[in-house]
Write a protein that binds this ligand. Structure first.
Ligand code: ADP
Length: 243
């Protein structure tokens, strides 16, 4: 590899990744020699039966879980631990209940060392981006589940991540809100030009949001399969349904 080679932002290379947990004294292999290249700006959905290792993969990518073997490289650099080029969104947005919407999102900027006044100005922009301009002064307890998740997304975007890692982000929402939020995620992904890795149990959601779907098997010996979603964007929801 030449010294002058440049890597596009947000490229993820997973090489020989393995991860086991210990269960009743025995090793439980969850990821086995996994290899995958995720293109910069790609939207990848990860699906598979419960317990197949989707969350474990996401947590390893987030740096919240150390792999036993193999490597993850982002833009060519090996990653260890958490880093501000990645932001994680969980099913529950985990907002700070004593802070307003503005305070919660500004907090995302302040942890990056942005001074308070500047943090608030930037937070306002992010809050508008997720369509909550009118709710800056509301407290988390006053928000619906979908609104709270939007605040979580606005806060996650504060680090200006190259990679958004989402673990069932819409799983706790009702069906109608989920559809609205899928549209929001599609728009945010497009506007922010981030690489998106989305764990979901909802196949329709995967097809609607992703360029490729990684299907993880239940049997650990079987390698995961990658499926290209060959549909134009912006997506037509009815087409996504009938693939
Ligand atoms: P999925 O997200 O696909 O439902 P997970 O990645 O959460 O699957 O879990 C994969 C397997 O690893 C499961 O069998 C789960 O019980 C096990 N597991 C996950 N986290 C831990 C942990 N911290 N300690 C022990 N076992 C774990």
């Amino acid at each position: 590899m030449g010294a002058h080679q440049t890597f596009p932002r947000g490229a993820v290379r997973i090489h020989g990744l393995s991860k086991s947990f210990t269960l009743n004294g025995a090793a439980l292999p969850v990821l086995r020699d996994m290899n995958l290249y995720i293109r910069p700006g790609e939207s990848l959905a990860v699906v598979g039966p419960s317990g197949c290792g989707k969350t474990t993969l996401l947590r390893v990518l987030a740096g919240l879980e150390a792999p036993d073997g193999g490597q993850v490289r982002i833009d060519g650099r090996p990653v260890q631990g958490v880093g501000t080029e990645r932001a994680v969104i969980f099913q529950e947005p985990r907002l700070l209940p004593w802070l307003t919407v503005l305070g919660n999102v500004a907090f995302g900027f302040e942890v990056r060392g942005v001074p308070k006044a500047e943090a608030e100005a930037q937070a306002r922009q992010n809050i508008r981006l997720v369509g909550l301009g009118e709710f800056e002064d509301a407290f988390p307890a006053q928000l619906s589940g979908g609104m709270a998740q939007r605040v979580g997304i606005a806060r996650a975007l504060a680090v200006q991540p190259e990679i958004l890692l989402l673990d069932e982000p819409l799983g706790a929402l009702d069906a109608m809100t989920r559809i609205t939020m899928q549209d929001e995620l599609a728009r945010i992904w497009r506007e922010q030009q981030v690489t998106m890795i989305l764990v979901t149990h909802d196949l329709e959601e995967a097809i609607f949001l992703a360029d490729r779907v990684l299907v993880m098997p239940r049997e650990k010996g079987t390698p995961p399969r990658l499926i290209d979603i060959d549909l134009p964007r912006p997506r037509d929801r009815s087409e996504a349904r009938f693939v």
